[in-house]
Each structure stands twice: as C-alpha cells, then as structure tokens.
Write a protein that binds this ligand. Structure first.
Ligand SMILES: *[C@@H]1O[C@H](CO)[C@@H](O)[C@H](O)[C@H]1NC(C)=O
Ligand SMILES: *[C@@H]1O[C@H](CO)[C@@H](O)[C@H](O)[C@H]1NC(C)=O
Ligand SMILES: *[C@@H]1O[C@H](CO)[C@@H](O)[C@H](O)[C@H]1NC(C)=O
Ligand SMILES: *[C@@H]1O[C@H](CO)[C@@H](O)[C@H](O)[C@H]1NC(C)=O
Ligand SMILES: *[C@@H]1O[C@H](CO)[C@@H](O)[C@H](O)[C@H]1NC(C)=O
Ligand SMILES: *[C@@H]1O[C@H](CO)[C@@H](O)[C@H](O)[C@H]1NC(C)=O
Ligand SMILES: *[C@@H]1O[C@H](CO)[C@@H](O)[C@H](O)[C@H]1NC(C)=O
Ligand SMILES: *[C@@H]1O[C@H](CO)[C@@H](O)[C@H](O)[C@H]1NC(C)=O
Ligand SMILES: *[C@@H]1O[C@H](CO)[C@@H](O)[C@H](O)[C@H]1NC(C)=O
Ligand SMILES: *[C@@H]1O[C@H](CO)[C@@H](O)[C@H](O)[C@H]1NC(C)=O
Length: 881
C-alpha cells in the first residue's frame, strides 16, 4: 500500500512567515452561527471557551422557527448549542453561506434535540451539502445530540447547507461552523472527506478545540485499558507539519502496556463500501537513552501500511493516506508493531479517520443559479421549495421549474420556468435572458407591466412563451414573431401586435369562399393561422386554453431516422392503439417526453412523395385542441409519424365507464365538446385551404394529461384516403370516415366538406348526451339519430340523457346541446351550422351549466364545507360519486 510520510524540512524563515500570517488570519473566514439565537439576545457574542465570535443565523436563512433546549439540560452544552432552529414546514430548508470558490473548508454542523419542544420526539432527517446528500442525522438513539464535519471545496462562492425531511420528524440544527483551511492538506483522489473520528490518545476526558487547534478541528479523547499513557511537559513543535496537529494532542501518547504487543485501533462500519483516509500523528515525547530505539511498522487490516517509522523527537509528523483504503466487511484494524531492533513499544499521539463522500451529480449551472436567485429576489418569490440548488436533487427541484437532465457530470440547465399566477409585479426580469436553454416560459396571470423585452425573441431555445393576462404594454417585438416560437400574449389590453397599435380585428372566413378557393390553391400555399376573436363575454366559462397561439407556424418538429424510432419505442414494445393505417406504439423522447408513434403499414400510404407533402402540411397545423405532430420518419419503406402522447385515452373510453374515474359529469362533457369543436373550427377556418378532418368520432377525441380534449387522426385522412391530387381538393378516392359518423350526403356526392365534419361532430355530441352506441342493429332505431328522434317524441329529456349522469345537469343546457347536435346531424348539409356557430353555442351552454354548479356549490358549502373539493372547473374529472 502506498502511503506517505510528511516530514517538512522547511527553512526556518519560511516557517516564521507562515506562522505570522496564520496568527493574523486565525479568524479570517471563520463563520460561526448560533442557530436559533433570538434577535433580542446579544448577537454577536464571544463564545466563552474558544473566544470565537458567534452570530445569530437569522440573516443566513429565512425559514424555520427558533427554539431552546430544556432548561435543565442547558448546563450540558456550551452556549451555541442551547438554542436551535427547527423546520416544521417544507421538505428542504437551506442555509446560504458566503465562501470562496475553490478554497478548502472545514464544515461542521451540530445538532442538539434536548427536548426543545417538550414532545420527546427525537428527530431523524438528512443533511445535504448543496444538492449532495451528506449524511443522515439520527438523534433517535440514547444520545440526542450529534456533530458532523467535512472537508469540502465549494464549487461556487456560496455554500448551501440543507436540512431535508426524510420522515415525519422535524429537522433541527444548533450550530454551523465554517473554517477555511490550507489548500494542500487533506487531499483526496476524488470526493470530500467526512469525519469518522478525530482523537488524541489521552485519559483526560477532555476535548481540544480552537485556539489550541488553529483550524478549530475538534479532538476528542480516546484511551484503552491495554494502553499506558505517556506525556511530556516539554514543548512539542508542531509547525514542521502542514497538518499542524495541536500541541496539546502531541504532548500525550499511548503505548501498549504489554511492550511486545502491537498498539491496535479497531472499528467497524455498517457501510462496508466506505473508503477511508487515515491521518496518524506522531511525536517522540520521551527522553530516550542513547541505547534506546523506538521504531515500528504500521499495518492496515493486516497488510503493511507504512514503516519502519521512528517518531521525531519533540516534533510532530503526520502519516497519511494518499488514496482511499477499504476494510473487508466493514471491519477495520490499524496496528503499530515494533520492529526487531526497537527497544521500546510503538507510540501513537493522535489519529483522524475520514470516509470519502463522492458528489457525482453536478450542481445546476452556476450562471443559472445566479439568474434564478435574481428572479427570486426581483419578484420577492417566497415559495418554500425555492431553496438550495434549483434542479438537483431532482426530487427537490424547485416547483415551477424543469431542468435538462443529462448525465450526472453535466451541470443541469433550466428548460422550463412557470411563474404563472405568482403575483409578479414590475417588468419582465432581465435575468431571464441568462437562462439560455429555456424552452418554455410562462408568466401568465400576473401583474407584469412595461414592455415585452426584445431579448425574449433572441433566446434561441425558447419555443413557448405565455405572457397572457398581465398588464404589459407597447408592441410585441418583431423578434418574438419568429418561426418556431409560440407566443400567448392575450389578455394584455395595452399590448399591440405587429408594431401597429390596433388590435387585430377578427377576420371572418366565410366557409363558402374558403371552399371555393380551396380547389385553386395548391398545397404549396397551405398555411394555418391563429384564430383571433373578440374575448368571449361570459364571466363563467373556463375553457382550458381556448386561445390559440399568435404564431402557430412551428418548425421545431423533427425528422427522425428509423433507429431513433426503434429506440424511442423501446423496440416497439408497448402497443397503445391500432388503426387502419398501422399500429400505434408508446414511445419516450428525450428521456421524459412521452410520444405516440404511428408506424404506417405499407399498404396505407401512397408513397414517399405524398407522405412528405402530408408531413409538411401537418407541420404547420398547430392548435391546443389538436394532437400535434412531434416529428416523422421516412427512411426507406419505414414511415412513421410521431405525435404527442395523450395519457388519458379517448372520450369513448371515458363515456363507456372504463376510465379510472368512470363518470364524466355534464359540465366536463360540455367542456370537452367545446374544446373538440375549437380544434375542428381551427382546421376549417384557421387553415387555407380548409382542412377537413374526415373522421371525427369519439375515439378520435383524446384527452391529454390535464384532460383537455385534443382531436386526433386528422393526419392520415389526407394521405391515405383522399389526398388531393392536382389541386382537386376534397375529392375522395377511397371510402372515408367511419360508419355511423359519415355524412349521408357523401354517398350521393362523394364529396367531403367541412359540413361533413359538422355532421360527424353532431353524432359525437349525441353520443356524449346519450351514451348510446352510434349504430346498434339490435335497437329498433339502429342509428343514434333515429333513436334520439324517436325518444324525442315523448318530450322527456331524461329518457334521452345518459343515465350515468344521474340527472345532474341543467336541463336547459341539455336541451340546447341536444338541439345543436340534431342540427349538426341534419341530413342536409346546408342546414348544418358552421363549427364557429357550434363553438359559440357550446360556450353559452357551458357557461350556463357552470353558473348552475357554482350556485349549487355555494349552497353546499354552507352545509358541509369539508366535502366541496369537487374540482369541477379545473379540468379534472371528479371521482365517481
Ligand atoms: C408552517 O406550518 C404551520 C403549521 O403546520 C402552518 O400553520 C403555517 O402556515 C406554515 N407556514 C408556511 C409559511 O407554510
Ligand atoms: C447566497 O449568498 C450569496 C452571497 O452571500 C448570494 O450572492 C446568493 O445569491 C445567495 N444564494 C441564495 C440561494 O440565497
Ligand atoms: C486552492 O487551490 C485551488 C485549486 O487548486 C485554487 O483555485 C485556489 O485559489 C486555492 N486557494 C487558496 C486559498 O490558495
Ligand atoms: C483488532 O482486529 C484484529 C484483526 O481483525 C484482531 O486480530 C485484533 O484482535 C483486534 N483487536 C482488538 C483490540 O479488538
Ligand atoms: C541501556 O543503558 C542503560 C544505562 O545507560 C542500561 O541500564 C540498560 O540496561 C541498557 N539497555 C539495553 C537494552 O542495553
Ligand atoms: C517493517 O517494514 C519493513 C519494510 O516493509 C520490513 O522490511 C520489516 O520486515 C518490517 N518489520 C516488521 C517487524 O514487521
Ligand atoms: C448574465 O450573466 C452574465 C455573466 O455571465 C452577467 O454578467 C450578467 O449581469 C447577467 N445578466 C443578468 C441580467 O443577470
Ligand atoms: C393585480 O393587482 C391588482 C391590484 O393590485 C389585484 O387586485 C389583482 O388581483 C392582481 N392580479 C393578479 C393576476 O395578480
Ligand atoms: C375559472 O378558473 C379559475 C382558475 O383556474 C377559477 O379561479 C375561476 O373560479 C373559474 N371560473 C369559473 C366560472 O369557474
Ligand atoms: C436507446 O438509446 C439509449 C442511448 O443512446 C440507450 O441507452 C438505450 O439502451 C437505447 N434503447 C434501446 C431500446 O435501444
């Protein structure tokens, strides 16, 4: 084993200088915090035994409450350890200490429970150094106090020490002490050194601390029966040794009483993987006769470790490990054995043992930490989770953030920042621009004022900005209207678009004109625009994001190679759906983005060229109520489309009662209907030429993680069934649609128009109202429209409504939706409303249903306040009642 003996033979002059500098600098950089010291008590104060100046921790942490150990136990501890700070709230609470990056520090934390709360519940919790787990503090044993210490080199100018709950008990801390030490001591191959024990071999039952130890290392006494104590009253020089063990520790030593036995120090560790670093300190402190020799070898777990060693007379030396040593099965044994020529037994004055802690996970990029800190300060954000490192550890990530989780050794970067509804005031913080890998920025629903800053447009990775519902003014910078950037500026009354300070007027697109235009416009001119309409005048409508983005032309969709498709689907392992055009697989993109991968069967496509045209077209379709395309693959015969994954299945599934929360109430059905209608409306009038979905049905209305409705499958319709050839749009070449939903006019004209979608949508509405099968041959009136017409004769809406609703709906809105559904499903296309009209009608129905629910909720609240968490309007499905 390699080890190293450190005997410094420095020139005396150098020594004197070092000594002088250290003497001057003894306090420099020391941080001594008496945690929980109340403001009214004297702070700072000089601690009685060490003379070190302790201050209250109040300016280093904003959280926690202060406490004091039980009075009858105060005499057991010196003053800094009698008060404490405890943290009933928050999972992680952090101290922020100012240190010098790259410098080596001793970091010590002390914990005394002392039944401060009178509950006798001793705590157990974790201690973190920044994002790194340091150790578990367990005060649940016999002794309810403890101390941990580490040598650590901070990687930035601030050091975060965090207490993290790991169970039900309340973390606490009594004192925090930070001492800079010289750089070239206690070095490791990698990692930091966590103190296991530091002892001087003495019977006296005392401790050595500052000022005896200039670095304020704490040395505890250790002695065994089989040892003999030796000591000297003479001076022992410790300054030849960079480790400068305190003189008080060197003036005493132990030798084995049986002079032929080795001197043994054994310990066991529960963690068998520990790597140990040993620092053994020696000085000959006996006046040896000329014919006497003291010489010994050191063994570590039976193997030669260092030697032979003759301790220098009245001069300290340190033998230390240069690399970590392990112990078999956690059983460690250090032995000092006299050599054959030694006339005296071995001796040991002091010993330090450390274990290595590795910090493999990188801290968040330092610049971004500073930016986040600035943002936090600028807006006075006081979220309890906003402490410590923003991104790591992942389970303690600040809320409202998401970070790139690449490999452990790369500092994470912030990719997502959501500060919506956070009560922000003032202007958009300039620090945001330093989050250079930010992709999503949500500042909606605050009170932000001032201009929309230019820099947002220059942040290359941004693809989504929501600044809606603030009080921003001025005009939107040109840079923000770039491709691939989705911007939601709605709800800022003083904000102007495109430099012109006039609010854009909604442009009606008469369907007839669009339809006739369609056949003349080639696909090269295909584009979709956002629909802008005056704000809907109803106080009680909550549609999940009904406003489409201003810029909907996305370019961040990607072409994938086939091997990437194989990889993202984990070799096509999980089938999530199957359609006429191929099988849909579950996939994962960039570790955490779920996607649905539709692998097109060979027969379903019309060749590469059309597929490509189709994809190009789809790339420009983007709406919050459509399942969006993430990318595609066209490598040889392998054609695949990659969509956003919709984790909550389709509407049919939920109506059938097979969903987790089996019953969708009437309000939620209306919201879903409205959202689907908005998606369809966008295809019809937001795109030029209009897109006809061609297969609107309940199984194509998918629900995203927020249960927001998204129309699916408007993709393959064109490619596979009636891809417009030579400008002959809307002419179907194959049978389209799904029986039952298909526009009856189609059979006569072979033409599918927007109104065909309206018909299908009417059928969807009927299904949502009645929960009847669309076609049921066993029913006398086999088609759902016939069945409804028949039931309508009775004039009783209850016989028509889905019995699962249990009568819990506003019959007025039910009638209105039923009328709407029937007019959509009118056999004559000219009598059907447009999707825009459907949207308006559904909004009003939803508003009336919501106001009914709010009234009822108000009534219920007065009776049973505890039971009213119905989540009606938040987009969540209620639990079956
Ligand atoms: C902290 O917890 C207490 C008790 O649980 C609660 O009353 C208090 O509001 C919490 N404070 C914060 C800031 O969360
Ligand atoms: C920590 O303190 C330093 C300086 O004392 C400051 O610059 C930094 O922003 C603080 N960090 C946090 C997370 O409070
Ligand atoms: C300690 O060493 C590191 C790197 O070796 C260096 O960056 C730093 O400045 C040194 N600090 C002192 C106080 O010498
Ligand atoms: C220490 O450990 C060694 C080797 O495991 C063993 O031989 C010795 O008896 C132990 N000594 C004591 C005092 O436990
Ligand atoms: C060493 O010398 C002393 C006298 O100076 C004598 O008493 C002792 O026996 C000698 N010891 C050995 C081991 O020779
Ligand atoms: C002490 O170590 C030296 C160097 O490895 C070795 O030659 C010698 O035999 C050892 N002596 C004893 C008594 O173990
Ligand atoms: C962004 O970071 C740079 C350092 O990289 C710094 O100089 C600048 O002040 C920061 N800007 C803001 C607005 O925080
Ligand atoms: C904006 O500020 C006003 C008055 O200060 C307040 O009433 C309103 O709730 C705030 N709005 C938001 C979204 O925080
Ligand atoms: C709409 O949603 C917001 C929050 O999402 C809620 O505060 C408000 O009460 C809702 N309005 C209605 C009418 O349900
Ligand atoms: C996908 O790629 C990643 C990294 O490139 C690899 O770790 C993983 O094993 C791959 N998965 C499959 C199913 O090939």
């Amino acid at each position: 084993m390699e080890s190293h003996c450190r005997v410094l033979e420095l020139v005396l002059g150098t020594l004197a200088i070092i000594h002088l500098v250290l003497a001057q600098d003894q306090h420099a950089g020391f941080i001594s915090l008496d945690c929980g010291l109340p403001a009214e008590e004297l702070s700072p104060y000089d601690e009685r035994w060490t003379g070190l100046r302790f201050t209250s921790d109040a300016t280093y942490i904003q959280r926690g409450k202060t406490g004091r150990i039980q009075a009858n136990r105060e005499s057991e501890f010196s003053k800094p350890y009698t008060t404490l700070r405890y943290f009933p709230n928050g999972t992680r609470n952090c101290y922020n200490l100012s240190v010098e990056k790259g410098r080596k520090y001793l970091v010590r934390a002390t914990f005394v429970y002392g039944n401060y709360d009178g509950l006798n519940i001793k705590p157990k919790f974790d201690l973190y150094l920044g994002p790194y787990p340091w150790t578990t503090i367990d005060l649940q044993g016999e002794v309810d106090s403890g101390r941990v210490e580490m040598f650590h080199i901070p990687t930035s100018n601030s050091l975060q020490i965090c207490l993290v709950k790991n169970g039900a008990t309340t973390p606490l801390i009594s004192a925090l002490e930070i001492r800079p030490i010289v750089n070239n001591t206690y070095t490791t191959v990698s990692g930091s050194l966590n103190l296991l024990f530091r002892t001087f071999l003495n019977k006296s039952e005392t401790e050595i601390k500052y000022p005896s130890d200039r670095y304020d290392r704490v040395w505890t006494w250790l002695f065994r029966n089989e040892w003999t104590q030796i000591y000297t009253t003479l001076q022992v020089n410790n300054l030849n040794d960079v480790y400068v063990p305190p003189e008080a520790a060197l003036t005493t030593a132990a030798t084995p009483t049986n002079t032929n036995s080795p001197l043994m120090i054994n310990w066991t560790s529960r963690n068998v993987d520990n790597q140990y670093y040993l620092y053994t300190h020696f000085a000959e402190i006996q006046e040896l006769r000329t014919n006497d020799t003291r010489e010994f070898n050191m063994t570590w777990n039976g193997e030669h470790y260092y030697g032979p060693l003759v301790p220098p007379k009245f001069n300290g030396i340190t033998v230390f490990s240069r690399s970590g040593k392990s112990c078999k099965g956690g059983e460690c044994s250090l032995q000092l054995k006299r050599t054959n020529r030694s006339t005296l037994p071995p001796l040991l004055n002091a010993l330090e043992v450390y274990t290595v802690i590795h910090f493999p996970q990188s801290e968040t990029n330092e610049n971004e930490v500073v930016s986040m800190q600035n943002i936090k300060t600028t807006y006075g954000i006081s979220r309890i989770s906003w402490q410590g490192d923003p991104c790591v550890p992942q389970r303690l990530m600040w809320d409202g953030l998401n970070c790139s989780n690449t490999d452990m050794s790369t500092p994470p970067r912030i990719t997502y920042l959501n500060l919506s509804s956070s009560g922000l005031t003032g202007t958009i913080a300039a620090s945001i621009q330093n989050l250079t890998q930010l992709e999503t920025l949500d500042l909606s629903n605050n009170n932000l004022t001032g201009d929309v800053p230019e820099f947002l447009g220059n942040m290359k990775s941004l693809v989504f900005i929501n600044i809606s519902r603030n009080d921003l003014s001025g005009s939107i910078p040109q840079a923000l209207q770039r491709k691939g950037l989705e911007l939601y500026p709605q709800g800022n009354p003083r904000l102007c678009f495109s430099g012109s300070c006039l609010l854009p007027k909604p442009k009606p697109f008469p369907v007839a004109i669009v339809a006739s235009l369609a056949s003349f416009i080639s696909l090269n001119f295909f584009f979709c625009t956002a629909l802008r309409r005056p704000p809907f005048i109803s106080s009680s409508v909550n549609v999940t994001n009904a406003n489409p983005p201003v810029s909907s032309i996305q370019t961040n969709k990607r072409r994938f190679v086939y091997s990437e498709v194989t990889n993202m689907t984990n070799n096509f392992q999980r089938v999530v759906g199957e359609g006429g055009f191929g099988i849909v697989y579950h996939g994962t993109l960039n570790v955490n983005k779920q996607v649905a991968v539709k692998l097109l069967s060979q027969s379903s496509t019309q060749g590469y060229k059309q597929f490509k045209a189709e994809v190009d077209l789809l790339m420009r379709v983007h709406h919050t109520n459509l399942v969006n395309l993430v990318g595609y693959c066209n490598e040889g015969d392998n054609l695949a489309l990659i969509y956003e994954y919709m984790p909550n299945g389709d509407l049919r599934h939920h109506l059938s009662g097979k969903g987790d929360r089996s019953i969708i109430n009437w309000g939620i059905r209306l919201r879903i209907a409205l959202e689907a209608a908005l998606g369809l409306e966008y295809l019809h009038i937001g795109c030029i030429p209009a897109m006809v979905h061609r297969d609107v049905k309940t199984t194509n209305i998918l629900l995203d993680e927020q249960f927001k409705a998204r129309l699916a499958d408007f993709v393959m319709q064109r490619t596979t069934r009636s891809f417009p050839v030579g400008g002959e749009s809307h002419v179907s070449t194959m049978i389209a649609g799904t029986p039952g939903y298909l526009d009856p006019q189609y059979y006569r004209t072979s033409r599918l128009t927007e109104k065909s979608d309206v018909y299908s949508f009417g059928i969807v509405l009927l299904e949502m109202i009645t929960n009847q099968p669309v076609i049921d041959q066993s029913r006398e009136k086999s088609h759902i429209t016939q069945w409804v017409e028949f039931e309508l004769i009775s004039g009783d809406i209850r016989t028509i409504m889905d019995p699962n609703l249990q009568g819990d709906y506003d019959s007025h809105s039910a009638w209105r939706v039923l009328d709407l559904a029937m007019s959509c499903a009118n056999p004559s296309s000219t009598k059907r409303p447009s999707m825009s009209q459907v949207v308006v009608e559904l909004k009003e129905c939803l508003a009336s249903e919501n106001s009914r629910r709010n009234m009822r909720r108000g009534r219920m609240e007065s009776h049973s306040p505890a039971k009213v968490s119905m989540l009606i309007d938040t987009g969540m499905l209620p639990v079956a009642r």
